[in-house]
Structure formats: C-alpha cells, structure tokens
Design a binder for this molecule. Structure first.
Ligand code: BES
Ligand code: ZN
Length: 652
C-alpha cells in the first residue's frame, strides 16, 4: 500500500489544523505563502516528509508546544515522487507542535493545483483569475501538505488580495481588513473549516458577479458568474436552492456548512469539482442564457449541480479511504444526480435519459473484452486519472441504481443515513457502505455487489416459459454477455442478479422479484394465463441483457405496438435485441422475428435511437455490423447502407 511507503506518515499523525495558506501576493506567475501546521509527531524523528510539487521552500521550522523552534536545515525534493523531506538538526520529540513553512509557488497555466485562468473584461481587457483544482493529487502544487484522502484536518485560510477582487474559499469570510504594507491589498480571513480532506480545499481570486438565495433549510447559496452575466446564474441558483433541501431530507443529515458558492471558471479542465462549500464549474456546466438556451443544456446544468451537491455529503462529509473507492464516490453521485433532478424537475422524464445515455453506454463498453472491473486497486496516486472513465461513472451509477431498486427506497435511505452519520468527518471504504445497507435492509448486499464491482462484464439471461395449467414456469440461465459473440472463456463468471418480472396484467408493476444467485433457476409465476405475456427487467433497472425464447418474444409484439409497455422498457428491449441480432446471423428465422419486433416500434424518436445505436455499434471492433445482415467476413458496410437497411425496419 502506497501509504506505508511514505515514511513521514509513520511519524506524523493528523495535521491537526494547518493554518494555511496566507497568500501574500499573487502577480501573474508566482504566489508566496506563509503556512503553519499544527501537527502531532507520533515517533521521534529528525525528518518530515510531505507531498510537494513545483514549490520552493524558503524557510521551515518546527516548534514543539511550549518549546523553542528548530529550523530545518535541508529541503530535499524528490521530484519524481512529488515529495519533499525537511531535515532538522535535532530530533523532534513525540508530541504536538507547530510546523511553519514559507514558500513560493507558481501560479501555473496547467489547470491544476493553483492556476491562472484567463478572462476578458466587458471592455475587452485580458485579465487573470487565480483558481484551484486539487483532486486527485494536485493540492501539493499549491502548498506542501498531505493530500491523501484519509488524512483529514481543519483549515484556517486567509488570502491577501487586491481590494477590488472577489476572494472565495470553502468557508464564509469572518474578517476583511486592510493589509498593513500595501494599501491596494486586503487580507480576507475565512472561518475554520470542519475536518476535511485536502483535495477538497479551494480558493478563487478574481472578478465575478453573483446572484444569491437562501435555501429553505437556511443555507446561503450564491452562483458566481463572469462580470455582467449574473442573469445566467439564475437557473443554477434555482437548482441549487431546491437541491440542498432535497439531499438534507433524503440523507436526513443537514448540509454542514453555512454557505455554498457555485462558480463558473473560464478555464477548467473537468466538468465540475465538488470542493466543499465552493464548487467550481466549467462555464457550460453552470451558466444558462435565459433567452438562448435549449432544454438539454438546462438538463445538463441541473444534473451537474445535482452531482456536485451530492458529493457535499457523499465524498466530502464522508470521504473514501483511498482512491480505490473512487468509483463509489463518482458512481453514487452519478446515480443520485438523476434522483435529485427527477424530484426537482419531474417534467424532464430524466430517467429515460439515464437509460439511453449512461446505462446503454456502460453496457456497450462493458461487453468488450478490454473492459475492466468497476473497482480497480490503485497503487500510486498517479494512476488515479486513468480510472475516471465511463465504467466507473456510468456502470457505477447503473449498479447503484439496480441496488437501490433491489433494496427499496425506504431501507436504502435508512442505510445511507446510517453510513453518513457513522462515518461523518471520517473516511470509509466500499464495504462500509454495503455493511450499512445490509443492516438497514437485512439483504446480502456485500455478496451481491461484489459480483458487480470486482469482476468486469455482466450477464445475459436466457429465459424460457412453459405453461402448466394456470401457472407459467420460467427457466432462467445466466452467461457472461460478450459483444464479440458467445462467451467462450474457461471460467464461468456468475453474478447475483436481482430480477423483476412483470406480466401483461400490469406492465408497470413487478409480479415477482427474485435474486438469481446461481447459473440456472426455475421460478413459478402463479396465475398467469396462456395469453399473458411475461417480461423481465422492469424499468430496465437490472444491469443485464435478456434473451427470450422465440415464443416469449413473439408474445411481446402487441405490447410494443400498442405502447402498453412503458418507454424505458421498450428502449431496454430494443437495446438487447440489437446486441443479440448479430449473434443470430446464421439463424434466419430468429433474425426475422427480431426484425419484426423492432419493426413494431413505431415511434420516430425510437427509430432514431435504433439508428444511433447501429451507427455506434458499427465503430466497435468485432461487434461489427453483422447484426444488420452482413455475414462475418464480408466487408463492413458504409453508413449509407446501414441507413438503407434501417429504413426497411421502419414502419410505413
Ligand atoms: N470529482 C469529480 C471531478 C474530477 C474528475 C476531478 C476527475 C478530478 C479528476 C466531479 O465530481 C465530477 O464527477 N465531475 C464530472 C461532471 C459530472 C456531472 C459527471 C466531470 O468533471 O466530468
Ligand atoms: Zn463526481
């Protein structure tokens, strides 16, 4: 484990509260900081090792409580490891003390650490704002520190800035006074933060306008925009003011800070970042021009705001133990953002979008041989960036959605509350969440979830029905689904699959819910008449594909045609059929049947999705376009040919 190879951490316990950074001056390129850490030396040592990158230390000293300070005599930078070792001429004894470091850092143009962001004033002048982006491991570019998520501390931050600039940080301002040596500057002091991880610290200095509101639960919410564009912050303000009470109520845990700022940054590498109390966004993820905007950009802003505000609890109040659990942080936020937007804007019908965007995409990627498990162990933090991909976000969100459905909303909320209150201001691992949910639900959560997070891929469920008097007997078999053809691996991966089953009696309500925990399973659907159809995966919530027996598939056609099957169910069915079509290329009869089912989908927007899907599949290696009549080995058809084929599927 990376932590134990960092010798300093064996000597140093929590930095109790780093009083940093007092930013003395920023011109365009450098900043100077005087920083104090209150820390505890766990075992006597004459070295302190910290994370540090592109920083020049001027002086460093350590003063044990009630004793004289000792100046460090050596600063040994290990640039590769992004570390610095401070060497002291005498031994620092066990106990608490104050570490002071003065240093110069670079206000860089790399969009990480503490960086400069270029903007133009309404009159056309070019100016720079100073902005931070620390996740995953770039806090060390702004100040020497311990930026692993499990090392939490409180922060006292003051900034010295030109007096006409806005200065923001995680907490509210408690004092603003003229700076003694230079009357063009002010010193802005922020309240002490709660115990938090360093990667969530943020500060911004620049020129901004804002709009503000107080959420119904008393939190001051501001949206900061470029000068002259305050109007464009109003939509995000409305979303944030609705979202905070939603999460407070959902988790039954209040938002822990007195304020939250959301700010649009002109140069921003990610989409948004959940810094505690000061969330940073790329402009397109926060600003809405009330006169010129489409509903899809409003939906995007609502989702991003919902995502980052969810992290204020899930991620910030309770933080992952190590980057291995990052998928849970991101997967959870990527699921609950939809729950939140669905609550605040039911008219968006946002879950259909989840299925057509995240769920479908995750299945496409995860069916490839080069996919990977959601949970990957992270050794060195430099590996972190690699794991922020669609598997951790979209598959992560999809399996949390399935889990929420399996547990049921009431117990799920109970479990979330248990987890957030038990681990608040601390760190937790994926297993800790499973344990809380297990307690709340009495269901085998860890066993189920391990099959989804620790192995790549997902199952294809074959299903067949046999009528026995008034009952239908279903036979289910699960096998790994592969885009390239039937699974031929030597092992037999298995999943614990929560499966819901509905019938034509009520297509919107599960007649039966089972946990498929073995390769094959027989279930009896009582009182299901011969003329009733049966469908699996209600709401397209389960992360699997279904292959129905010919008779079962045929029986679904009327429900597709008369639209009694809800849209997400039709969408799921259609995705499954398309993915299966190429596997049946040699079976003319099956192919015709599938085409007839697809042909029954008579809505133009669904046809459009079919088209998009087919075009995206054509770019997948191996998956090819065989599904649309081209036998393996024949040359790949052009897109026009695909369209032609699809137009044949279109109803008149
Ligand atoms: N914590 C991430 C941002 C992040 C990602 C920081 C990778 C460092 C490395 C944030 O919560 C996030 O997920 N942002 C998304 C937008 C979100 C709505 C999916 C992003 O930036 O794409
Ligand atoms: Zn996130």
């Amino acid at each position: 484990e990376w932590l134990s190879t960092a010798p300093a951490l064996q000597y140093l316990l929590l930095p109790l509260h780093p009083k940093h950074p007092t930013l003395l001056q920023t011109n365009c390129h450098f900043f100077l900081v005087l920083m104090e850490f209150l820390l505890q030396v766990k075992n006597a040592t004459n070295q302190i090792v910290m994370n540090c990158a592109d920083i020049d230390i001027i002086t460093a000293s350590y003063a044990p409580e009630g004793d004289e300070e000792v100046h460090a005599t050596g600063f040994n930078y290990q640039n590769e490891d992004e570390k610095v070792t401070l060497s002291f001429p005498s031994t620092l004894q066990k106990g608490t003390g104050t570490l002071k470091i003065d240093f110069v850092g670079e206000l860089n143009d790399k969009m990480k650490g503490f960086y400069r962001s270029k903007y133009s004033t309404p009159s056309g002048d070019t100016r720079y704002a100073a902005v931070t982006q620390f996740e995953a491991t770039d806090a060390r570019r702004a100040f020497p520190c311990w930026d692993e998520p499990a090392i939490k501390a409180t922060f006292d931050i003051s900034l010295v800035v030109p007096k006409d600039r806005v200065a923001l940080s995680n907490m509210n301002v408690v004092e603003r006074r003229p700076y003694p040596d230079d009357e063009s500057l002010v010193e802005v002091k922020f309240a002490r933060s709660p115990v938090m991880s360093t990667y969530l610290v943020a500060f911004v200095v620049g020129e901004y306008d804002f709009v503000e509101a107080r959420s119904q639960d008393g939190v001051l919410v501001r949206v900061y925009t470029p000068v002259g564009k305050a109007e464009q912050g109003k939509f995000a303000l409305e979303v944030a003011a609705k979202t905070l009470p939603f999460y407070k109520d959902y988790f039954n845990v209040p938002y822990p800070l007195p304020k939250i700022d959301l700010i649009a940054i002109a140069d921003f590498a990610a989409g948004a970042m959940e810094n505690w109390g000061l969330v940073t966004y790329r402009e397109t993820a926060l600003l809405i021009d009330p006169k010129n905007s489409c509903s899809s950009s409003r939906q995007w802003v609502a989702l991003v705001v919902g995502h980052e505000l969810a992290h204020q609890w899930f991620g910030n109040l309770v933080t992952m133990e190590w980057w291995t659990h990052l998928w849970l942080n991101e997967g959870f936020a990527s699921w609950i953002e939809y729950l939140c937007v669905d609550h605040c804007f039911p008219e968006y019908d946002i879950w259909t979008q989840f299925v057509s965007a995240d769920y479908t995409r995750a299945q496409e990627l995860d069916a490839l041989d080069n996919s990977h498990p959601i949970e990957v162990s992270v050794g060195h933090p430099s590996e972190v960036d690699e794991i922020f991909d669609a598997i951790s976000y979209s598959k992560g969100a999809s399996v949390i959605r399935m889990l929420h459905d399996y547990i049921g909303d009431e117990d799920f909320r109970k479990g979330m509350n248990l987890y957030l209150t038990k681990f608040q201001q601390r760190n937790a691992a994926t297993e800790d969440l499973w344990e809380s949910l297990e307690k709340a639900s009495g269901k085998p959560i860890a066993a189920v979830m391990n099959t989804w997070t620790k192995q790549m891929g997902f199952p294809l469920i074959y299903v067949e029905a046999e009528q026995q008097e008034d009952d239908k007997v279903l036979k289910l078999v699960q096998k790994k689904f592969c885009a390239s053809g039937p699974y031929t691996g030597e092992d037999f991966p298995m999943w614990m699959v929560p499966i819901s089953i509905c019938t034509s009696e009520d297509p919107t309500c599960a007649k039966m819910q089972i946990l498929m925990d073995k390769p094959e399973l027989t279930v009896v659907l009582k009182d299901t008449k011969p003329e009733q159809w049966v469908k699996l995966n209600l709401g397209t919530v389960g992360f699997y594909r279904t292959q129905y027996s010919p008779a079962m598939l045929e029986s679904l056609i009327p429900a597709i045609r008369d639209l009694s099957l809800p849209p997400v169910d039709r969408l799921g069915l259609q995705n499954d059929l398309f993915s299966l079509l190429h596997k049946q290329a040699d079976m003319q009869e099956e192919k015709n049947r599938i085409e007839r089912v697809l042909g029954a989908i008579s809505q133009p927007e669904l046809i459009q999705k079919v088209l998009t899907f087919a075009l995206s599949v054509s770019s997948l290696p191996g998956a090819g376009l065989n599904l649309l009549q081209f036998p393996p080995g024949s040359s790949e058809p052009g897109k026009s040919q695909i369209e032609e084929n699809l137009s044949e599927l279109r109803p008149n």
